[in-house]
Design a protein around this ligand. Structure first.
Ligand code: NIG
Ligand code: FE
Length: 408
């Protein structure tokens, strides 16, 4: 066999449904890489002969290899911070009160309109580094803090640039319909016109987005407006997804499912009809425990129903300055289990296999299997549940992205 690298003295949490053990685990295993892809994996005892003199062999010291982590929902390109709103909320103001008073998303919009690309790039790079240090190899980044054509394009260009300058792969989402900008305060339909007729074509022209998202909520866009944006996106051949049912139940998830969305995100207020609609359309449920925690929400997403109906559950950081200023994907595993009662195995699937599905890249990443891209992490842990159980001492030892060893 001729391989580019081989890992031995490892256990594998393949997260592949083809491997029937919990976590798709293979203990005392080996994994081989060729041309950026997984060429072989299995029990060490079955490792085929290979040229040991010509092949780098890495020893995993008995640790666990998982697929590279995927954070399927972030807003990590933004300027400024909202610590002042945190203080206001501690004095009793709600997230919605602050948004209605012109703070919230709009205050970050002001900072982003003023920031130049270089500044936004540097901020994004530092955040991407933080995620990479925890084993993230793929991240989704949304725009949505520009709310005018110029700034939305600027944010998406920065997101794309980050992907070309960093080993972490970036999937971009255009979220022009994130909030109603002050200029359109009294005419949100006219803003939707702008999103559909001017921003989206400009985004397409520069190939800046892989998907389109909308914030469907009382403080943002109604169902009809959401449908207009999602239909325009779909007609342009982009994937669609939705911020839905975060603060109330408007039925956004059912709409998104009907239109073939890859995911609906937040969904604390989702009901059984909504869950059934997701199950029918194969739409993923993206759970965002960082926002739930930081906003001290009490309404939990309907985990039991999602489980019962077999809806793929995803965990993501939602990293953003307002509702989840927590730049950690790994911490979401712990929060997903403690706050939402996911099992550690469900949590890990939520940042690997199911996260890949939510981004439409599950044919390539998210599992350890022959033919998949060689994106994986080696962890100094004795059982995969440890990734969800404990937080703070980073157990990451090594990362391989598309077959390339990334030095920690
Ligand atoms: O995912 N829900 C809408 N958007 C973000 C919050 C953005 C903000 O407050 O800046 C979210 O929670
Ligand atoms: Fe979000």
């Amino acid at each position: 066999m001729s391989w580019d690298q081989v890992w031995i003295d490892v256990n594998l949490a393949t997260m592949s449904p083809q491997v029937s053990a919990p976590y798709g685990a293979i203990s005392d295993a080996a994994i081989a890489v060729r041309d950026g892809k997984i060429a072989w994996l299995g029990p060490r005892s079955e490792l085929p002969e290979f040229d040991v003199l010509a092949t780098p062999v890495y020893r995993g010291k008995g640790g666990w290899i998982t697929p590279g982590l995927i954070d399927a929902h972030t807003h990590l390109v933004f300027a400024g911070n909202r610590a002042n709103e945190f203080e206001l909320r501690l004095q009793g103001a709600s997230y919605e009160d602050i948004a209605r008073a012109g703070g919230g998303i709009i205050s970050t919009v002001k900072a982003c309109r003023e920031a130049d690309e270089a500044e936004l790039f540097e901020l994004g790079r530092q955040r991407l580094n933080a995620l990479a240090r925890e084993g993230v190899t793929t991240v989704e980044i949304k725009s949505g803090y520009g709310l005018n054509t110029e700034t939305e394009l600027k944010l998406l260009r920065v997101a794309r640039e980050l992907g070309t300058h960093h080993h972490v792969e970036v999937v971009t989402t255009f979220l022009g319909a994130h909030a109603i900008p002050p200029e359109f305060k009294h005419d949100s339909d006219a803003y939707v016109d702008l999103v559909v007729n001017e921003m989206l074509p400009a985004v397409l022209e520069e190939n800046l987005a892989d998907a389109v998202d909308v914030f469907c909520e009382g403080i943002a866009f109604n169902l009809e407006q959401t449908e207009r944006v999602l239909c325009a996106a779909r007609a342009a051949g982009l994937e669609i997804k939705l911020h839905a049912e975060q603060l109330s139940n408007l039925g956004g998830s059912e709409l998104a499912a009907r239109l073939g969305a890859k995911s609906v995100d937040h969904i604390e207020f989702l009901d059984e009809a909504g869950v059934k609609a997701l199950a029918k359309s194969g739409t993923c449920a993206v759970l965002l425990p960082g926002a739930f925690y930081f906003l001290r929400e009490t309404q939990k997403p309907p985990i039991d129903l999602l489980r019962q109906h077999g809806v793929p559950m995803v965990l993501a950081s939602d990293f953003n300055p307002g509702s989840s200023p927590i730049c950690s994907t790994l911490l979401m595993l712990n929060l997903g289990c403690t706050l939402f009662r996911l099992t550690p195995e469900e949590a890990l699937a939520g940042v690997t296999r199911n996260a890949a599905k939510a981004l439409g890249i599950d044919g390539r990443v998210g599992q350890l299997a022959v033919g998949m891209q060689a994106d994986f992490c080696l962890w100094n842990i004795s059982t995969p549940a440890q990734l969800a159980y404990s937080y703070g001492v980073n157990p990451l030892m090594d990362v391989v992205k598309a077959g390339k060893l990334i030095h920690q």
